[in-house]
Design a protein around this ligand. Structure first.
Ligand code: GZL
Ligand code: ZN
Length: 324
């Protein structure tokens, strides 16, 4: 008799543990084992963003994750609305790329109270309370800015003439704009010959990049270098430079960040001089991290994406192999 009871107890314990996927926190909202993820995307402002969206959507499919996807058209209030609706829908996990760094604590506290874990991808938030999210998966934008600055210092190492730089910043208040600016300044600020004679946001879009570059060209007769925080603004600026009868890559040297296909084509064509890569292919790592979090496993608080830089020669070599 005793044997039968202990066998029953053992069986009960086993089903209880494997039914909940082996970790106390992994009960999925759909009741069965599939994970439902709410993903709030910044928008569709650039080639990088399009590639990032594709990576997240394809990886969710491959990982068997049910994805609720929302595009915020680059507006923070739309992202906050999306996060609140994910909380209402009791998704298993939330992931998002915060369009700007600040103003997230309230909605992230709501997610925490609802016991829904959050993963930051691509861009960071400036919340002091790091228990509001499980991890931040994305590039080191300060490093990207430094790489851009280091190329420029090398490019002009044998000249003492002043180097007039104009800067097209990313979206005001966004982590990439803040950090790419800071990293670049940290490097070029060390040599007084480098002068940033104009700096303004182009909101990461081609149209705005062209418009602002037209204004820069009108008010600054001698521009030597353009530093654009992404390829798309650089490509818009190229149209403005050509429209002003100047040769991009020669009369005005151009450094951009991302290394999306159109940017790499312009680099190979000699219209851009140097590109710092920022990989949008975050999908596979995001799905792995989500599964680990929902199994109650430890994940690193910061996962930095691997990325490199490209010269004109390197772009010609790799162009045909680029995934985005
Ligand atoms: C960077 C990403 C930036 C890209 C831009 O990780 O947030 O936003 O550099 C995109 O192209 O618009
Ligand atoms: Zn000059």
């Amino acid at each position: 008799m005793l044997k039968r009871i202990s066998a029953l107890v053992l069986a009960a314990v086993l089903t209880a543990s494997c039914g909940s996927g082996g970790g106390a926190t992994s009960a999925t909202s759909s009741g069965d084992d599939t994970i439902t993820m709410g993903f709030s995307q910044v928008g569709a402002e650039s080639g990088w963003r399009t590639a990032n969206t594709k990576s997240v959507q394809d990886s969710a499919k491959n990982a068997g994750v049910t994805l609720k996807f929302s595009d915020a058209q680059q507006k923070q209030e739309n992202q906050i609305k999306a996060l609140r609706s994910f909380i209402q829908q009791k998704v298993d996990i939330i992931a998002f790329s915060p369009v700007v760094e600040s103003g997230w604590d309230t909605v992230l506290q709501e997610a925490k109270r609802a016991n829904i874990p959050v993963i930051l991808t691509d861009r960071a938030v400036d919340s002091k309370d790091t228990t509001l999210y499980k991890t931040f998966l994305g590039s080191d934008f300060v490093e990207e800015g430094k790489k851009a600055g280091q190329w420029l210092v090398e490019e002009y190492k044998s000249s003492t003439d002043p180097v007039n730089i104009v800067e097209l910043q990313g979206t005001t208040g966004s982590a990439p704009a803040n950090d790419r600016k800071a990293g670049f300044l940290e490097v070029v600020g060390a040599d007084p010959k480098f002068k940033i004679i104009a700096t303004q946001t182009g909101d990461f879009t081609r149209a705005k990049g062209k418009e602002v570059m037209e204004a820069f060209l009108k008010s600054n007769p001698d521009i030597d270098v353009l530093y654009a925080h992404n390829d798309d603004m650089g490509l818009g600026a190229i149209e403005a430079i050509e429209g002003a009868g100047k040769v991009p890559g020669k009369d005005i040297k151009i450094i951009t960040v991302d290394a999306v296909k159109d940017g790499m084509q312009a680099l190979a064509d000699g219209k851009i001089n140097f590109i710092v890569e920022c990989s949008p292919l975050l999908g596979p790592q995001l799905m792995d991290l989500a599964k680990k979090v929902l199994k109650g496993e430890q994940v690193p608080p910061r996962v930095v994406t691997e990325e490199t830089t490209f010269t004109q020669e390197q772009a010609k070599e790799v162009l045909s192999t680029r995934q985005y």
